[in-house]
Ligand binder design. Sequence first.
Ligand code: ADP
Ligand code: MG
Length: 197
Amino acid sequence: METEALTAWIREFARLIALNKDDLTELDSAIGDGDHGANMDRGLKAVVAVLDAEPQETPSALFKKVGMTLISKVGGASGPLYGTAFLRMAAAAGDDVDLAKVLRAALDGVVARGKAEPGDKTMLDALSPAVDVLETGGSVQAAADAAAKGRDATIPLVARKGRASYLGERSVGHADPGATSVTLLLVAAATTLGDDG
Ligand code: ADP
Ligand code: MG
């Protein structure tokens, strides 16, 4: 998988975040403080600006640049979590990126940083099933479908991590914003990386 294709993935993620910004904000208004859409959009717009100014030469440099930019621009819980995810992807990326391998590294980074488990109603609930699909040889589209299913499965859950956990039972009935944005990352991968993954 080449740097150019991976850059297209990140750009498509940025486009989908901008498109779904209000949706993410609404979800985070229901169970958090309503800033997830704005946080992510600010971060990804900064990422696109950086990539426009300085196209990256290797997958590892690309992921590192994305991670550093997200950490400095996103804030909240999701900034450090997404930032860590991309920095771990940078460390796991060789010359020929294996999507299952880099996303497993991202997942491990999110777990190390946030100490959440599947079922806690976080971004892990979308990321984890997607990584499982890729590791068992499924297509990127199948991974995106698994992420969407994981996102939907967060609706009846009680949040046990982050700001939403303060709501207790009142967090039931809404999808987790982070699981929703992670699903967009996988959907972007499916359209840009296809079955090369
Ligand atoms: P904040 O909660 O600080 O306002 P955001 O609204 O940007 O930050 O992000 C909220 C999202 O972050 C949640 O929907 C959830 O998916 C994710 N999140 C929060 N805490 C954790 C954690 N400990 N581990 C994994 N994901 C988390
Ligand atoms: Mg928030």
